[in-house]
Design a protein around this ligand. Structure first.
Ligand SMILES: Cc1cc2nc3c(=O)[nH]c(=O)nc-3n(C[C@H](O)[C@H](O)[C@H](O)COP(=O)(O)OP(=O)(O)OC[C@H]3O[C@@H](n4cnc5c(N)ncnc54)[C@H](O)[C@@H]3O)c2cc1C
Length: 418
């Protein structure tokens, strides 16, 4: 088989970002193989909200229509959050309004993965291939080592292996301190039928826009799904007095009792209490994040997605940053002048533009969580929260990604690489 480039690519991790990369590279005629640790049958069924910047990046990658077709939305629509006091009488605090075209899409992770896998030649993906380390061979190529004792040699590795990335270990160096932290935030998740809540007397309107009930050191997100017949509930509890800890023992997801969760939220008012009464079998997710990395590239190993910038999910922006990474990387790798001999220069441009942008969003996500969790009462905090919340999505959603690509190409021309 003949390929459009004189270099080969291996992708470590076939999650949201790894597969998006694989589709774009194979469509451009580049030799690519994906190594995925799991089999997809183990996929957790969580939902992912994609904001306007994520939608633009996926459209730019040419995979948006396939994903939309697998979602339960006919088209992307504005899904702007409202903020409500968790205490009685649930005063309305703030309504997000931002961007010219704030379209968004909510999709189940497995549906996203199914949509993207369908666009790939099955021989490109190898499942149950857990990469354990990466090193450099004598001829200067990269070698991936797998748990089944096999190896794979390639010119370029894209590390898309998520928050506990092995590729990141190569990029930061074996001796560097692991940037993975537990910032003392846990998310309790579950689904509740809308009709049950209505019958039980919940007054707050939950079927229109997504809502966030704000309180002190905790908040609850209510997100209508499946044509608003079901409400996806996520309660975030944070301990801001403790310093961030190093990684907790794995796995980070466990079943918890409803009683435990209700005990944490007993100072909340009428509607959140009823919602928690109906949240059967909640699961508790210990949310991990990264201290910002300065570099996403070393030699010819490049990080995308959570491997490089796993963040707290308070702006619903983690996957979106991953798709921005993928969009920029694909523009660079598929440029007609990119070849094996100039890959280092090309990857250096990715490293110029992506860490500053994604780390800004990472920090903004942590700040957003602190804001939602700082609400004592309407009298004390309503005006402050209205001021501080306004505008925090603008920077995430309205970012001009094409400018970064143009600047990168200009630099490569100026340096006579292109
Ligand atoms: C509670 C919660 C809510 C969220 N909500 C949103 C939201 O609304 N919007 C949003 O944009 N983001 C959200 N996120 C973040 C989003 O889920 C992540 O940013 C996104 O999944 C990252 O995609 P990824 O491809 O980088 O990593 P992943 O999706 O984690 O994929 C990594 C893949 O690599 C594989 N892998 C791991 N290690 C290896 C290895 N050693 N060898 C081979 N394969 C390996 C894994 O099996 C996996 O398939 C949320 C996160 C959480 C925790």
């Amino acid at each position: 088989m003949s390929y459009s480039k004189d270099f080969t690519v291996a992708i470590c991790g076939g999650g949201l970002c790894g597969l998006a990369c694989a589709v774009a590279l194979s469509r451009a005629g580049i030799s690519v193989t994906v190594f995925e640790a799991s089999s997809f049958s183990q996929e957790a069924g969580a939902g992912v909200g994609l904001g306007p910047n994520a939608v633009r990046a996926l459209k730019g990658l040419g995979i948006f229509d396939a994903i939309l077709a697998r979602s339960d939305q006919p088209e992307p629509i504005p899904r702007l959050f409202g903020f409500v006091s968790a205490k009685d009488p649930h005063d309305f605090i703030f309504s997000v309004s931002c961007c010219e075209d704030p379209v968004a899409l909510a999709i189940y992770r497995p549906a996203f993965l199914d949509a993207v896998v369908e666009l790939l030649d099955p021989s490109i993906i190898q499942f149950r291939k857990r990469c354990t380390s990466i090193d450099v061979s004598e001829n200067g190529r990269h070698v991936m080592h797998f748990a089944d004792s096999t190896t794979h040699e390639t010119d370029l590795i894209i590390g898309a292996d998520g928050v506990r990335s092995v590729a990141r270990r190569f990029v930061i160096g074996e001796l560097a301190k692991d940037p993975l932290i537990y910032p003392n935030t846990a998310a309790y998740r579950g689904l509740v039928p809308t009709e049950d809540l209505r019958r039980a007397g919940v007054q707050t309107e939950l079927t229109g826009r997504p809502l966030c009930f704000v309180g002190l050191d905790k908040h609850m997100i209510c997100f209508p799904i499946k044509g608003a017949t079901v409400i996806n509930i996520v309660v975030f509890l944070s301990d801001y007095d403790k310093p961030p800890q190093s990684e907790l023992p794995y796995p980070w997801v466990e079943s918890v009792s409803q009683k435990e969760l209700k005990e944490h939220c007993k100072d909340w008012g009428h509607d959140p209490k009823i919602i928690l009464d109906h949240l059967k079998n909640p699961s508790k997710w210990s949310i991990h994040a990264l201290d910002p990395l300065q570099n996403y590239v070393r030699d010819k190993v490049v990080l995308v997605g959570d491997a490089s910038h796993a963040m707290l999910p308070h702006l619903g922006a983690g996957a979106g940053q991953g798709f921005e990474d993928v969009f920029v990387l694909i523009q660079l790798l598929t440029h007609p002048r990119t070849e094996k001999s100039n890959l280092s220069d090309v990857l250096a441009r990715y490293n110029d533009v992506r860490p500053p942008r994604a780390n800004d969003v990472l920090r903004a996500s942590a700040r957003a969580g602190r804001l939602y969790d700082s609400f004592r009462s309407p009298e004390q905090d309503k005006t402050r929260l209205q001021t501080e919340l306004s505008g925090i999505w603008e920077d995430v959603w309205s970012y001009d990604l094409h400018k970064d690509v143009t600047t990168s190409f200009e630099t490569l021309h100026r340096l006579h690489v292109f």
